[in-house]
Write a protein that binds this ligand. Structure first.
Ligand code: HEM
Length: 523
């Protein structure tokens, strides 16, 4: 019996890892890089390459539909064409959910909220959350951004004052500053919580996120493999695993999982605390007829507590904790990354930086806190942000999994195939954007190319029912921060020949925290 079992397992492994990808997969006819290692395929290369870069290299070399192979012989298709993207993201989106590995990892770090549900539960949850992201609500919130932005300006000025000649400026790690200001803004606008990370570098939430960021980036490959073990994702997020986390030290290759578990536990504890405060506030609010709190969580808690029709969907308290985690996870590093790369691009393009400053300065002559409408009307600011998000999309790739076998873009795609959406490669597609697709040219947004498709040519926020719920919020927050930065400071590369490189794997974070020379315009 044991012999029969061993032979069957070995035969299956040989079929799955060696024979299937080479001789039986219907995708073997699709162009792509030569097959790599039997066990992990192209996965190590994907994980180690600069964010979104390998997908771009492959579509440039092999065309708009590329086949690669992931761990355990799993087929992967990289899809660039609008028809294919429309099918998996819009028309048949329910049949192409986010993959289980992706939702397991996202669920651990950013809660089991909108990121991890699909189909009908997703529709219901999204409907419950949409009002909190409405334009009307965002218009109410814009003023709150400036509480943190003004502290950022003061903090950068006090760094400058430490220099022997402040007018000559100082080199500052821009990503660190953008990360702090965006964390403070999301905590305030999403929960009415003052995280104060700009003033207090040892703030618990800031430290936990910094630690999580490091562990997440450097251990992505390990985590992706670990969560494939049935039940492991749930175990890693459990109280038991937190209590026993020191045991990971006994297995040196997994030693760093200890601090990953520790950070997610700390972040979850703060999220629960934030929610408890919101629930207490909601009870008080119900008795009070005065002005209601404007933060997103207060709106969700009030909506969940209101009397609805019997069949209406309500977010439970546990679901609300997960939404807290989702906002924290999704809402700060993405914007921090977008802002940092925009400042990098402007630092390297003095005429664009001057042009933008000329546009925003008159607005600040009238008010220190331009509102949503004023920011919306700043055309060149809009072009600069769109161009920066096109070249450096904070989420440079995303994935889906084929929930059924079907034809996509003329290729028969078996159920279970991993589908990669190469956001950065799509955004730089020369067929759409022309021969200068890789250059920073904000003016291109004033005369869009004929081939431009509003849904599938610039996909920083993707498209369809899973498109980013925070898109309008992100753009308006980026506008408020950038406009204020530009009237107060000038930005230039930190040293001659500086090259900025995005980190490997998932996000577009700059690898070196992006040092830039910051000089004051008004102090
Ligand atoms: C520049 C900033 C941002 C970028 C580039 C960005 C990008 C994206 C992308 C590409 C997705 C789709 C992921 C996928 O389906 O695989 C997404 C989804 C999502 N984003 Fe954002 N995001 C940003 C900011 C935000 C903010 C500020 C929030 C909330 C406060 C947010 C909340 C979400 C949520 C909840 C989803 C899941 C939506 C769903 O499945 O219905 N994002 N984002």
């Amino acid at each position: 019996m044991l012999f029969f079992g061993t032979v069957s397992c070995t035969a299956y492994a040989i079929y799955r890892l060696i024979l299937y990808p080479r001789y039986f997969s219907p995708l073997r006819i699709v162009p792509g890089p030569p097959l790599a290692g039997y066990l992990f395929g192209h996965f190590p290369k994907i994980i180690r390459s600069q964010a979104g870069a390998i997908q771009k290299e492959w579509v440039d070399k092999y065309g708009p539909t590329v086949r690669a192979v992931g761990p355990l012989g799993q087929d992967r298709l990289i899809l660039l064409r609008p028809q294919a993207l429309h099918k998996i993201l819009v028309s048949d989106w329910m049949d192409y959910p986010r993959s289980k590995v992706m939702t397991d990892i996202l669920g651990l770090a950013a809660g089991h909220g909108l990121f991890t549900v699909t189909g009908t539960p997703h529709k219901q949850m999204r409907k419950a959350m949409n009002p909190a992201f409405s334009i009307a609500n965002l218009m109410n919130q814009t003023d709150m951004y400036y509480d943190s932005i003004e502290i950022l300006v003061q903090s950068l000025n006090s760094e400058l004052r430490k220099q022997s000649d402040p007018c000559k400026g100082a080199v500052m790690h821009i990503f660190e500053w953008m990360s702090k200001v965006t964390l403070d803004i999301i905590c305030d606008t999403a929960f009415g919580y003052k995280s104060n990370s700009l003033l207090n570098p040892h703030n618990e939430l800031t430290e936990a996120y910094a630690e999580l960021g490091v562990r997440y980036e450097t251990n992505m490959g390990k985590l992706a493999e670990l969560v494939r073990i049935p039940g492991m994702a749930r175990l890693l997020g459990s109280e038991l695993c937190y209590r026993l986390r020191r045991l990971f030290r006994l297995f040196p290759p997994l030693a760093s999982v200890e601090s990953f578990v520790d950070s997610i536990h700390r972040i979850r504890r703060i999220a629960k605390q934030l929610l408890a405060e919101k629930l207490a506030d909601a009870t008080l609010d119900a008795e009070d007829t005065g002005p209601k709190k404007k933060d997103i969580m207060s709106l969700l808690v009030r909506a969940a507590r209101q009397e609805h029709a019997e069949d209406a969907y309500r977010l439970s308290d546990d679901a609300l904790v997960d939404q807290v985690l989702t906002f924290l996870g999704a809402g700060h590093e993405t914007i921090a990354s977008g802002l940092s790369w925009t400042l990098w691009l402007l630092a390297n393009d003095a005429p664009a930086q001057h042009k933008l400053r000329d546009e925003v300065s008159p607005v600040f002559a009238d008010t220190e806190r331009p509102d949503y409408r004023v920011l919306k009307d700043l055309k060149f600011l809009d072009c600069v942000i769109m161009e920066s998000l096109r070249l450096f999309p904070p989420a440079p790739t995303t994935q889906r999994e084929a929930g059924k076998s079907d034809w996509i873009d003329g290729v028969y795609v078996p159920k279970g195939t991993h589908l990669s959406i190469p956001i950065r490669a799509i955004n730089m597609n020369r067929d759409i954007w022309g021969p200068d697709a890789e250059e920073f040219r904000p003016e291109r947004w004033l005369a869009l190319p004929k081939a431009y498709d509003p849904n599938f040519s610039m996909m920083a926020f993707i498209a369809g029912p899973h498109a980013c719920i925070g898109k309008t919020m992100s753009i308006s927050e980026m506008k408020a921060v950038l406009a204020t930065m530009l009237v107060n400071f000038e930005f230039a590369p930190a040293y001659a020949g500086q090259v900025a490189v995005p980190k490997s794997a998932i996000t577009m974070k700059p690898a070196d925290n992006l040092p830039l020379l910051v000089t004051p315009i008004r102090m």
